[in-house]
Design a protein around this ligand. Structure first.
Ligand code: ADP
Ligand code: MG
Length: 622
């Protein structure tokens, strides 16, 4: 029998002490926690032996919040206090939620602040708080099973999650008392679970069909480094749609008035779900609805009911490949994630599309949590020497506003993160001492067509002539996908910065919409951009001319000469405001330049003369 070692509290027992770290898959429908024990990553189960924790919290009157299966039981009798699918609104503003077309099965407080709060019998709750309750339940399960306090956790998020959704996930974890090592993209976690990071090189497609969402990600593995090449999917497509398809079929066959009865409808939906799950292993099943004859549903019929949904997911795969700039044949591995990938039609269609058998050995519900646990184990320092650098990708380009309402992209979309990119800008006006930095996200050329993330001011610039100040704007996106932007005047070192935590996020269908709009409008955007550019140039020329004329126009120019220049200047101002064509403005600028050629020459001579005052000519000839 082995002796038990007893150590003093807080003292390390050995140099190779195993630190308790977990991976958590915080899902829309179900969540899980996993950990590496004795070298093997496994999902941790609750007292009943179940690993899946329904992502549902019940806030019933006079009770402490319940999480998971016991919360789910309240769905039919107290639906409004039973909060499910909170992930859909995590990190999103009231405005986002209103405009979202996905169905959100609970009610929000009517309040003016930007953080939406769900109404419950225990008072209003934010999505961060509700998610924290789920995470806390998983943390407690882990600490009980592993027999100690956790040192850290890796939490997974969809690859398309934006800054505010990632930040909200982190906030929820912190609120639950977890130390977040890092957020990890769900598809990357799945690839790690299959050990695909151990192979040499290749392109991996991760197909994740859950309860209410579909995500596809294209990963590239190169020299032991993972990189997300592209992401796609549909935030409102999943196994729930299969349940609804069956329920609709049942209602049509039996009695369409069921639809008007909420409780009966929920019952039909839950039988539909059971039937669906049965059809994964059986070729036919029987659906029972009270007071109605039994209905037989065959897999063949079921396949017909869900065929259009499955087709849609395959189309998303095609689009993601195109986004990644690769062909189907370039994909070396396909990984299946999510409970709905158990559906036989889903498997056969995905296999057919990629012409490759997908990886399905690991339980598709657990695979993400398992990958996260492997990563957490490494980050906890339990595997010294084993390093794994994971790279993700940003879904939309990031940039800043420049004169004329144009967007200058600084980090292009699909750039792998972490990334830091800098670009130099300058002032536009003489004596300008402040500059506003407006951070934008999107593919379009005009500010008005992109999404505003943040603004901040760089003040205390030295008052120099236009174009003399050098302002370096740096964008940094960290491994968790969080953005910080800084601006620094190069000569003086004056700087300002901001961490971008936008108060609202984008769904992947919105991202898709923005991408599509940028492609559809590419030609038009180019025209609009060159027009704006000429307008900005016109303003600059007028501004410079006015400031020169104010200084020495009267001294250096005859009245007639001055009039000629002023006429051309006014023609340029008119063109700048009226012309809808960049060429016309360009021509007007040329005219101003031609008219002031002599004036410019005289000014130059003048300033050379004043510079040379007190110097010998030879000094300048060196
Ligand atoms: P999420 O990632 O959204 O939390 P999951 O990956 O846990 O979701 O998937 C949940 C979905 O998987 C549900 O729609 C559920 O009905 C479906 N599912 C689970 N088991 C099966 C099965 N045996 N056959 C078909 N669908 C299943
Ligand atoms: Mg999932």
């Amino acid at each position: 029998m082995a002796l038990l070692q007893i150590s003093e509290p807080g003292m390390s027992t050995a140099p190779h002490e195993h630190r308790l770290a977990v991976g958590i898959d915080l899902g829309t429908t179900n969540s899980l926690v996993a950990s590496v024990r004795s070298g093997i990553a496994e999902a941790l189960v609750d007292d009943d032996g179940t690993a899946l924790l329904p992502s549902v919290v019940y806030y019933g009157e006079g009770k402490t919040p319940e999480v998971g299966a016991s919360a789910l039981e309240n769905f039919s009798k107290d639906p409004l206090n039973t909060i499910a699918s909170i992930k859909r609104v995590l990190g999103r503003s009231a405005k986002d939620i209103q405009s979202a077309n996905d169905y959100i099965p609970f009610q929000f407080e009517n309040n003016s602040d930007s953080v939406p709060r769900v109404k419950t019998a225990l008072g209003p709750r934010t999505a961060v708080e509700i998610s924290a309750d789920i995470l806390l339940a998983l943390k407690q399960r882990a600490e009980k099973t592993l027999g100690g306090e956790l040192v850290g956790a890796v939490i997974t998020v969809p690859a398309y999650f934006d800054d505010s959704q990632r930040q909200a996930t982190k906030d929820a974890a912190t609120l639950a008392g977890l130390n977040v090592y890092r957020l990890l993209n769900e598809p990357t976690a799945a690839a790690i679970a299959y050990g695909l990071d151990q192979s040499a090189e290749g392109v991996i497609a991760v197909y994740d069909l859950g309860g209410g969402t579909f995500d596809v990600s294209i990963l590239r593995l190169r020299k032991g480094v993972f990189e997300v090449m592209a992401t796609g999917g549909d935030s409102a497509l999943g196994g729930d749609d299969f349940d609804h398809a069956i329920a609709n079929w049942v209602i049509e066959k039996l009695d369409s008035s069921i639809r008007d009865d909420d409780i009966a409808m929920r019952r039909v939906l839950s039988s539909a779900r059971q039937a669906k799950e049965q059809l994964t292993s059986e070729v036919s099943t029987v659906i029972k609805v009270a007071n109605h004859p039994d209905l037989e549903l065959t897999r063949e019929q079921f396949d017909l009911l869900i065929n259009s949904y499955v087709k849609k997911t395959v189309m998303s795969c095609r689009r993601a490949l195109r986004d990644a700039g690769i062909e189907k044949e370039d994909v070396s591995e396909v990984v299946m994630v999510g409970g709905s990938t158990r559906v036989p039609l889903v498997r056969t269609q995905v296999e057919k599309f990629f012409a490759k058998a997908p990886h399905t050995n690991i339980d598709p519900d657990r695979v993400v949590a398992i990958g996260a646990a492997i990563q957490a184990d490494i980050l906890a320092g339990n595997k010294p020497g084993d390093e794994m650098l994971l790279l993700d990708v940003i879904p939309l380009s990031l940039g800043i506003e420049t004169m004329g309402g144009l967007v200058e992209k600084i980090v292009n979309r699909n750039t792998t993160i972490p990334v830091a990119r800098a670009q130099e800008f300058t002032t536009y006006k003489d004596g300008q001492t402040a500059m506003r930095v407006h951070v934008l996200q999107g593919e379009r050329e005009l500010v008005s067509d992109c999404r505003s993330l943040a603004t901040f001011d760089l003040t205390g610039l030295p008052p120099l002539v236009a174009g003399a100040a050098k302002i370096k704007v740096t964008f940094q996106v960290d491994a968790d996908g969080l953005l910080s932007v800084s601006a620094q005047e190069v000569n003086t070192g004056v700087s300002a910065s901001i961490e971008v935590k936008p108060s609202y996020g984008l769904t992947d269908s919105e991202i898709e919409g923005m991408l599509k709009a940028s492609m559809d409008n590419a030609q038009q955007d180019m025209i609009a951009r060159s027009l704006r550019e000429e307008q900005v140039e016109a303003d600059r020329v007028v501004e410079a001319l006015n400031s020169a004329l104010a200084k020495d126009g009267k001294q250096l120019l005859e009245e007639q000469e001055l009039e000629k220049i002023i006429n051309q200047r006014d023609a340029l101002i008119a063109a700048r405001h009226n012309a809808d064509n960049a060429e016309l403005i360009k021509q007007a600028i040329k005219n101003v330049e031609a008219a002031s050629e002599e004036y410019v020459a005289r000014r130059m001579n003048n300033s050379v003369r004043s510079m040379m005052k007190g110097h010998k000519l030879e000094e300048f000839e060196k």
